[in-house]
Design a protein around this ligand. Structure first.
Ligand code: ZN
Length: 236
């Protein structure tokens, strides 16, 4: 299943669309939903370079779409490779506008809403960003800190080190948040509980202990858990 899109309203009629879904019907539904809400899309944001997070729909308009400088650079170098999986799902017009991103210049989101700070880390994908709207304390986490998906290191990460470093880089931001919105799973008003769950799972794997993390029993996570066990063995 693709990520759930997140929409931030700036309070003055504008909407920032984050990680639009990858099913063409879902993509088309976002501008329709915004119209029902009486807001217009003023910007886009991609949390990371994965193909299912960099899509767009023509009806959202030709507005600036942001990501981290590292994500923008990687997409411009390796666009064909990174977006290759889209050929199976999307029509050429939607593929043509996917991944057309510009770098966030100064670590914050330029929008009319409250101050929104970006934190960049390399867990899950290189130069993955998290966005913290400082007041009221809403953290958009992308493909991190999910209640349904286990920690998922980048495919070419053979150990857990990069993931652990990225996770720890987010601790201060997560503890400052009142609400956490993951790209997969459900939002929570207890953001640090998600951090603690991921830390516990990874610590168990690194210690060679069996983890009682309930996400392991989801068949969707079976291959990922096996891969993480292998990564843990190489990390120790
Ligand atoms: Zn991803």
């Amino acid at each position: 299943m693709g990520p759930f899109p997140t929409v931030l309203l700036d309070g003055v009629g504008g909407a920032v669309v984050i990680d639009p879904a990858w099913d063409p019907d879902e993509l088309a539904a976002i501008p329709a939903d915004l119209a029902v809400l009486g807001v217009r899309c003023v910007a886009g944001l991609a949390t990371h370079e994965h193909y299912d997070h960099v899509l767009w729909h023509p009806d959202l308009g030709e507005v600036p779409r942001f990501s981290s400088p590292g994500t923008v650079a990687h997409l411009s170098q390796d666009r064909d490779v990174l977006l290759a999986p889209l050929a199976e799902f999307l029509t050429p017009d939607l593929i043509a506008i996917a991944g057309r991103l510009e770098p966030l210049a100064d670590g914050s989101l330029p929008w009319a809403g409250p101050a929104a700070r970006v934190v960049v880390h390399d867990a899950h994908a290189p130069a993955h960003l998290a966005l913290l709207i400082e007041e009221p304390g809403i953290l958009v986490a992308g493909d991190m800190l999910s209640d349904v998906e286990l920690p998922m290191p980048a495919q070419d990460d053979v150990t857990l080190e990069t993931y652990l470093t990225g996770l720890e880089r987010l601790v201060g931001t997560v503890s400052a948040a009142r609400v956490l919105i993951p790209g997969h799973g459900t939002p929570t008003t207890h953001p640090m509980a998600r951090m603690d769950a991921d830390r516990r799972y990874l610590a168990d794997l690194l210690a060679g202990r069996a983890s009682d993390d309930p996400r392991i029993s989801d068949p969707e996570n079976a291959d990922l858990h096996i891969a993480n066990l292998a990564r843990a063995r190489l990390t120790r």
